[in-house]
Design a protein around this ligand. Structure first.
Ligand code: SF4
Ligand code: SF4
Length: 463
């Protein structure tokens, strides 16, 4: 009795594994809900943030904009310059460390719930299901010969995919060119060459990756899947099949055995990467948990406890108690410490960041000049870089030698986000005992904000 049943199931599984695209069966449950919550969360941020605006001094600009042409990154009230590269490096290191930390805790959790490939594949598959029907209808349609109905459905699906990919590309480019300026240039394609290139590339990229390549990206192209194993330790929790409890599979249909897996194959049918989690930990598994949702439903139907497939570590599956906190988890502890360190470093860099940068260069053409008024003069070029979004005035002073000071004007205004080079003459009385090269300091302070003040070292040449 069991052999024909097994053959039918095996044939069904082969259909899912080998016939062209994987058409995963839809399932429901807590992991599926969480996955879709992440899709909504990430996509509301991506498609919505580009439309937010920010008011500065009565002027409105896009709130989040990477303005490459003017070398500025606007992030709401914060404007980052190339000089803030260290801060951006901390953000990138922090993101990488957070990924390693998550992986050490729960494997490819990022892949299953937040990776753009997963998120967009979910959206494209949802569109496909709306047009072509459920997984069985899609399998049947793929295997049927081309006819008017198939052509119509495929055309509608690809058309919708293209529209979605195009809108994704427009949104992406809108983070680099203000989206309200970009949109009017689209109907007559009067976009700039770079915008044009990225619009076409990103549209094609989204369409191919999420519509055509789908799980093949996770299986064969994603480098992260290949090296994630080095972040695992025996306490890392992954989606795993409890073979001790499940085997011998199909036993509930046979007398005298007690394995809980009824070999229904539903865990394979719902898997977006088409693998059988019962074969053990595999690099193609993105830890999406859909097989857990599906198997829990099967277990509930057959009256067995849920959790035959569950998030478990190697140690837990071997019957050991789960670790308490960070004890016995050196990798997790190291990544957690790095997270704290880089967060603190990033916060300190941000709080210590000055909105005024100063560069002082002594004029090397003339060492010094003695005047008829009894002073010695040196010439300098001082560059003031105002990183604020408002124009500001700065007062320049010199200290370090008796009677030293600026000759002429000492207050200068600098436009918002601009550099102003100044040619300054510094003088001191010639009746000094100091000789040769002497250290001095330029003190530059914002006239209406005592907290903005920068001191730069330089030197003064005496006879
Ligand atoms: S869904 Fe559960 S019961 Fe069905 S084959 Fe998979 S592990 Fe076995
Ligand atoms: S085996 Fe389970 S957790 Fe892994 S990708 Fe497939 S459905 Fe997701």
């Amino acid at each position: 009795m069991s052999k024909p049943i097994n053959k039918v199931r095996e044939a069904k599984l082969e259909l899912y594994r080998k016939k062209g695209n994987i058409h995963a069966k839809a399932t429901s449950g807590k992991f599926n809900t969480l996955r879709w919550a992440m899709v909504w969360f990430t996509q509301l941020i991506f498609y919505g943030t580009v439309w937010l605006t920010w008011d500065v001094n009565g002027l409105t600009r896009q709130a989040v904009l990477l303005d490459i042409a003017h070398e500025k990154f606007y992030l709401f009230g914060l404007v980052l310059w190339p000089q803030d590269a260290l801060l951006m490096a901390f953000v990138l290191i922090l993101a990488a460390t957070a990924l390693f930390f998550t992986t050490a805790l729960a494997g490819r959790l990022f892949c299953g719930f937040a990776c753009p490939q997963t998120v967009y594949t979910s959206i494209f598959t949802w569109i496909e299901a709306k047009v072509e029907g459920d997984h069985l209808a899609r399998l049947k349609l793929d295997q049927s010969p081309m006819n008017a109905r198939k052509l119509g459905l495929k055309t509608i699906k690809h058309g919708l995919w293209f529209i979605f990919a195009a809108w994704t590309a427009i949104t992406f480019v809108g983070y680099f060119t203000p989206i309200r300026e970009l949109l009017p240039t689209l109907p007559d394609w009067s976009v700039g060459p770079w915008e044009g290139f990225w619009l076409i590339f990103y549209c094609a990229f989204t369409y191919v990756q999420a519509g055509l390549a789908r799980e093949a990206v996770c299986q064969h192209m994603c480098p992260y899947s290949r090296f994630q194993g080095v972040m695992f330790d025996p306490t890392t929790r992954n989606v795993a099949y409890d073979s001790q409890r499940g085997e011998p599979r199909n036993a509930r249909l046979q007398a005298g055995n007690s394995g809980d897996c009824i070999d229904c194959g539903i865990c394979v049918q719902v898997c977006p990467t088409g693998i059988d989690i019962r074969d053990g930990l595999q690099y193609q598994c993105i830890n999406c948990g859909l097989c857990i949702d599906a198997c829990d439903q099967v277990m509930a139907k057959v009256g067995a406890p849920t959790g035959l497939i569950r998030f478990k570590s190697e140690k837990e599956l071997a019957g050991e108690a789960p670790p308490k906190g960070l004890v016995g988890r050196p990798r997790v502890a190291i990544y957690a410490s790095l997270l704290v360190v880089f967060t603190l470093l990033g916060a300190w860099t941000l709080s210590d960041r000055s909105l005024l940068l100063v560069d002082v260069l002594r004029d090397r053409g003339a060492l010094h000049r003695e005047t008829a008024e009894g002073t010695i003069e040196n010439a300098y070029t001082v560059k003031l870089l105002n990183l604020d979004e408002t124009a500001r005035s700065f007062k320049v002073e010199v200290t370090g030698l008796p009677g030293i000071g600026i000759v002429g004007e000492r207050e200068f205004s600098v436009d918002a986000g601009s550099i102003r080079p100044l040619s300054l003459t510094v003088a001191m009385p010639s009746d000094t005992e100091a000789k040769g090269i002497q250290p001095i300091h330029f003190q530059i302070s914002a006239t209406h904000d005592a907290s903005t003040s920068v001191m730069e070292k330089s030197s003064f040449v005496l006879p």
